[in-house]
Design a protein around this ligand. Sequence first.
Ligand code: ADP
Ligand code: AMP
Length: 217
Amino acid sequence: MQIILMGAPGAGKGTQAAFLVERYKIPQISTGDMFRAAVKNGTALGLEAKTYMASGKLVPDTVTIGIVRERLAEGDCKAGFILDGFPRTVEQADALNKILDEQGKKISCVLNISVPSEYLIERAVGRRVCKSCGATYHVKFNPPKVANTCDNCGSDLYQRTDDTASTMQNRLAAYESSTRPLIDYYKKMGVYSEIDGRQTIAKVTEDLINVLTSVKD
Ligand code: ADP
Ligand code: AMP
């Protein structure tokens, strides 16, 4: 299955991707995670992406499309994948169609986790991520059992440097101008479904699985 998880920053894509990976045994491909790893490792890609990410702007399409093209060519994507945070522009969506065409695949389903903007800043600012395994928590909505400690692996949690109220303003603006148009784009392709992301994490998972169960691959 080729799944695209769409949604504004903080909507819950990464949280839900973790459940879907477990259930469908296909990899999560998060461009945000790939860029953060590159920044951490000080690679050329990281150096290029860093300033855009720090200010909440989108990394240029040519760079982003290049890393996704390479990633989708890897063996673990053969049986499918969950794209999280890609595509974010019409140009990226066009490029993805082309990559999938070349691979003889198609998009199975675009799942948009829809959350109004007034929820998103609180979700992002309260987000905490495990330094080792990347598990995502929220100080209020999904706290770890022991403060600042990952339930899965016991490592410390950290706060992303771009999870501030001011950077979120830019990230939300980028979502509105560049990513929201993809809703109509995928509606026209006949692959779009919307899930109410204001609900609890468990209920959102249930709704996503209900949609996926009815998808013909
Ligand atoms: P995204 O990957 O879309 O940026 P995340 O999955 O990282 O979003 O979620 C952002 C924050 O909101 C995290 O702290 C997460 O624990 C929390 N969160 C995710 N889904 C929900 C939900 N349904 N209700 C409340 N908080 C949520
Ligand atoms: P995320 O982890 O999805 O919240 O992404 C963090 C940051 O990485 C974004 O604010 C962008 O700067 C960058 N980024 C992630 N995915 C993309 C993408 N598909 N296109 C452009 N920039 C991206």
